[in-house]
Design a protein around this ligand. Structure first.
Ligand SMILES: NC(=O)c1ccc[n+]([C@@H]2O[C@H](COP(=O)([O-])OP(=O)(O)OC[C@H]3O[C@@H](n4cnc5c(N)ncnc54)[C@H](O)[C@@H]3O)[C@@H](O)[C@H]2O)c1
Ligand SMILES: CC(C)[C@H](C(=O)O)[C@@H](O)C(=O)O
Ligand SMILES: [Mg+2]
Length: 358
């Protein structure tokens, strides 16, 4: 009997390719640990819109909302657009409608993966971007006012969501400190030198920091952080930030560890969660069997860990850890995907991870 209902939205482009790889890994750990995972595949995305007129139907949304967790590939296609010129982005609809305010985007150097930074400390890169995912500048989506002479979008933050984001940042920093055996540090990334909204956000983080005396707390301007993520990324731990800043910095940060194919994510709310790679549908390599499935496989490990924390228990957490260890082992033992200059495509990378699963 299946105890955990996982809604699978593979999406567009390389989405279905990396999801197929990830389901093979999940099925293997499920068989070994009797996790009781059941998968329901649902259609959404840009091509669904082209074929049916909707990118996320009410039926698909309701089915996904009822699931224990949602696993998503990637969605969007540059040639399929709304009349206003914007692309289809059902991921944003899911984040907003399911109140998934916490975009957890871990950036960890995987042993064996060649890194663009030559400094040996790059092998220690291990930090998390916590992207607020329902407000900020994205609050303005579909609300911007555009005339012939002017275009205006609005950035909004609320006290409720900002407090929840701050608590999530300090809680995650505390958990990481215990796991990694070091002290935790939360660095709010903002633009408080120019915008009142960010000065106000700093105050909210300071209020919350009082409850976490064991976690160090500071703040940095986003432009300086873009520089420091290249100069000394090994110095950072937990980086909460506004939605748009987090979107941009998470791609920059993925570049530090080998590219988008290595960057997982989890969009967390209080009752729901979507797990997906940080990358998109990669139209340049879609359909060629070249996509690196690592980011999606690691997102699935985050999903098992999240289910474990909710109530699923030790076997689920162990399976998550085994998936991470298998990814590390596969690359340590020589797996080289096409995005890092190797020859292995999606199928070969999946086989390497499956055979490294202990
Ligand atoms: N979460 C999502 O679903 C998501 C995220 C970003 C972009 N998008 C959408 O995807 C489409 C393409 O966007 P883009 O090109 O700006 O970003 P992208 O992330 O799809 O691709 C950027 C670059 O990274 C490479 N890349 C991405 N994932 C990879 C993987 N798993 N393995 C190997 N290489 C990989 C691509 O080949 C490309 O060179 C757009 O329609 C965009 O809106 C969706
Ligand atoms: C595709 C796009 C809507 C999405 C975003 O902007 O959030 C993506 O870039 C991401 O990082 O998840
Ligand atoms: Mg992005």
């Amino acid at each position: 009997m299946n105890s955990y209902d996982i809604a699978v939205l593979a999406g567009d482009g390389i989405g279905p390719e990396v999801v197929e790889a990830t389901l093979a890994v999940l099925r293997k750990v499920d068989a070994r640990h009797s996790l009781g995972l059941g998968f329901t595949e649902l259609r959404a995305g840009a091509f669904a819109y082209r074929d049916t007129g909707t990118d996320l139907s009410d039926e698909v949304f309701d089915r996904a909302r009822k699931a224990d967790a949602i696993l998503l590939g990637a969605m969007g296609w540059p040639g399929i657009r709304h009349a206003d010129g914007t692309e289809l982005a059902p991921q944003i609809t899911l984040r907003q409608r399911l109140d998934l305010f916490g975009g957890v985007r871990p950036i960890r150097a995987i042993p064996g993966v060649p890194l663009p930074l030559v400094d040996p400390r790059a092998a220690k890169i291990d930090f998390v971007i916590l992207r607020e995912s329902t407000e900020g500048l994205f609050f303005s989506k579909d609300k911007g006012v555009v005339t012939r002479d002017q275009a205006e979008e609005t950035l909004r933050m609320t006290r409720g969501t900002s407090l929840r984001l701050a608590r999530m940042a300090f809680d995650l920093a505390g958990q990481r400190a215990r796991r990694l055996g070091r002290s935790g540090r939360v660095t709010l990334v903002d633009k408080a030198n120019v915008f009142r909204a960010f000065a106000w956000l700093r105050q909210i983080f300071q209020e919350v920091a009082v409850d976490y005396p064991e976690v160090r707390h500071d703040a940095a301007y986003v432009d300086a952080m873009a520089l420091d993520l290249i100069r000394r990324p090994w110095d950072f731990d937990l980086l909460p930030t506004e939605n748009m800043f987090g979107d941009i910095l998470s791609d920059l940060a993925a570049g530090l560890i080998g590219g988008m194919g290595f960057a997982p994510s989890a969009d967390l709310g209080e009752g729901h969660a979507v797990f997906q790679p940080s990358h998109g549908t990669a139209p340049d390599i879609a359909g060629k069997g070249k996509a690196n499935p690592t980011a999606t496989i690691l997102s699935a490990a985050m999903m098992l860990e999240w289910l474990a924390m909710r109530d699923a228990g030790d076997a689920m957490a162990e399976a998550a850890q085994e998936i991470r260890a298998a990814v590390d082992a596969a690359f340590s033992e020589g797996l080289r995907t096409a995005d890092i200059g190797g020859t292995s495509g999606t199928a070969e990378a999946t086989r390497a991870v499956l055979s490294a699963l202990r």
